[in-house]
Design a protein around this ligand. Sequence first.
Ligand SMILES: *Cc1c(COP(=O)(O)O)cnc(C)c1O
Length: 361
Amino acid sequence: MKYGRTYNFSAGPAMMPEPVLEEIRDEMLNYRGSGMCVMEMSHRSKVFQQIIDEAEQDLRDLMNIPDNYKVLFIQGGATLQFSMIPMNLMKNGKAVYIETGAWSKKAIAEAKKVGEVIVAASSKDKNYTYIPDCSDLDIPEDTDYVYICENETIHGVTWQKLPNTKGHILVSDQSSMFLSQPCNVSDYGMIYAGVQKNVGPAGMVVVIIREDLIRDDLTDLPIYMQYKTHADAGSMYNTPNCWAIYCCGKVFKYLKSIGGLEEMHRRNIDKAKVFYDFLDSSKMFKGTVEKEFRSLMNIPFVTESKELDAEVVAATKAAGYDNLKGHKSVGGLRASIYNAMPKDGVEALVEFLKKYEAEHK
Ligand SMILES: *Cc1c(COP(=O)(O)O)cnc(C)c1O
């Protein structure tokens, strides 16, 4: 790695593509002759308007977002969406949620403060190590939407096939898989993603929402909590997270330049295979998720004991592989290998773990 950088396996904030960081460095003190850094720039300036417009257009190109969907850049991270979604989308006060791990659980808890939540399927019985069969759920007719977390960052499970919503709109938290593979936007009513997992710096969420779901009858709702506010103001009702928009815009361009989401997906499959093949052949390390539902992004794994887990985490850190400790709610280890993690990083870590295993038999 250049610049003495480390292979950072953090679940988020996480690695960004090196060419993007280099470009940001080069533009840091004087953005393209503007005489200032993007951090110092008025969000009402022409220069910034061009940055946000290009960011939106590049994202639209990457994901083939249909014209009847709005793209919003909102602050408050993905967490604020746990509240904004039920506040804006519950017309009948009822929604179906699928419980597949820590992040869908948090979304359920917040939605319950707003209306009736029906947990139509859950994988809690096996500690969230699989995605339940959602091909024929019991969904009441007056349900406002069906909610999923498409990749559970902490438990490392991912949806291979979207649920059958029986004609209801689908809302998906894509935070930890956003732009990791092609996505058919029109399968969803709304997609959202906190950007610090797979795109850019923390503090912003991208919301892709079908226009007809944006309501103008919610005048009692605090203005900042209404999607309409952000849609009408082009994501600039107040000062947006200019820095994050700028950095994410660069990542969108970078993804286009390498061949778009098909190519990104190919690389992600290739990269994850290196790690999973290792786990499947190891006697010391074991993946915790059922094979069919393994995430390409977040890979939780364990040894036979907590003590050994901790020893391995310490050894990896000393060797220059950072942030491999599992989430406190699950324990063990977790390697997050988002878009920007090079295959070299995964191969190097696997070599290290193989060697560790051989020396500690
Ligand atoms: C990290 C994460 C969140 C929370 O994101 P914040 O931006 O910190 O609010 C929500 N959902 C998923 C799937 C995540 O990985």
